[in-house]
Design a protein around this ligand. Structure first.
Ligand code: XMP
Length: 326
């Protein structure tokens, strides 16, 4: 019988058999897969597991706290958060090209993770145990996809941040390899992973970095973070989370348009709402959101985020548009 309980029991036994008394590490991105994989491994081997979250400063409002506080409280996972916001901002300074952004974010991520790993290895060394294992949240569809077949053309370099290079000297622990996404969610709920993480919609590894069209700066990230938080809050309040695959909120940082507020002229930035419906992100349609919800989001963003004076709706399917703007 397939039940979350049975999966947990089987995987806990398998993980114990694989890892024994060794140390194991995991990169926590904030996404469902790495969180549930980590919670499973924690259930099996406790503090032999150390999780690392690389805070690249490109997360949405509240997400780092969700990992740092809620996830740790509910699972008991040992977590190291590396605050690397300045490092990523510096590395990304002056860069507008989307693929270059992805490459830089991926490169810096790996460097920080390797640093953290060295620290953990050094600490573990004193206790005489080796760190030989790395947890990955690989799902069944990922296994099938990478097991050959053409798949989709590589239109964007979708290297998963949280995805690590092949040449790291680790054995992989992949407790979700036989599961589909909805099964992973069921297992996560059973393990007590917070609902905000378990039901999280897809969010790209490079985060808000690829939702600012133009250069990434701390100020622009803050503008986008505030607009995004309003959109998410209103979509949730309207009960629309299950109807939407995801809703990127995009800042057109290099575009300005004229507006009017009170007695004055404004010259602000547009925010794009990109709600999409999809089965697997390979194709998508724009979601027909209720006008009153769109209206509330637009009014709130333009009232509450001073730098934004226009909210526009993306009504393009995929193809020809992609879900993200970069
Ligand atoms: P596109 O924009 O190609 O996105 O239609 C398809 C799905 O992939 C997500 N996405 C990414 N995920 N790293 C990721 O981990 C990336 O660089 C990346 N780019 C896009 C996107 O959010 C959507 O779910």
């Amino acid at each position: 019988d397939w039940t979350p309980d049975n999966v947990i029991a089987d995987q806990v036994a398998a993980i114990k058999a694989q890892i024994g008394g060794a140390r194991v590490i995991c990169a926590l991105s904030g996404g469902v897969d790495s969180a549930v994989a980590a919670a499973l491994v924690q259930r099996a081997v406790g503090d032999q597991l150390t999780c690392v979250h690389v805070d690249h400063g490109l997360m949405r409002a509240g997400e780092v706290e969700q990992i740092e506080t809620d996830f740790v409280a509910s699972t008991g996972v040992r977590l190291i958060v590396r605050d690397e916001k300045e490092r990523f901002l510096t590395a990304l300074a002056g860069v507008s090209d989307p693929e270059t952004k992805r490459k830089i974010i991926g490169r810096e991520f790996i460097r920080v993770f390797e640093d953290a790993q060295r620290d953990i290895v050094a600490e573990a060394g004193e206790h005489g145990e080796e760190v030989k294992f790395l947890v990955q949240g690989t799902l069944y569809p990922d296994v099938v996809e990478s097991g050959g077949g053409e798949g989709a053309a590589n239109i964007k370099s979708h290297h998963n941040v949280g995805g690590l290079p092949d040449d790291l000297d680790f054995s992989l622990v992949e407790p979700l390899r036989t599961l589909f996404k909805d099964e992973v969610r069921a297992v996560g709920r059973e393990l007590g992973v917070p609902e905000e993480i378990v039901s999280r919609q897809p969010f790209p590894g490079p985060g808000l970095g690829i939702r600012i069209v133009g250069e990434i700066t701390a100020e622009r990230l803050e503008i986008l973070r505030r607009a995004d938080a309003i959109a998410r809050e209103e979509l949730t309040k309207a009960g629309l989370d299950n109807e939407i695959w995801q809703c990127p909120v995009v800042l057109l940082a290099d575009v300005r348009s004229v507006g009017v507020q009170g007695d004055g002229r404004t010259y602000g930035h547009p925010i794009v709402l990109r709600p999409v419906s999809s089965e697997d992100a390979m194709t998508a349609d724009w979601t027909r959101l209720p006008y009153d919800v769109l209206s509330t989001i637009s009014t709130r963003i333009t009232n509450e985020v001073r730098e934004v004076n226009r909210v526009v709706l993306d009504v393009t399917s995929k193809p020809p548009g992609t879900i993200e703007w970069e």
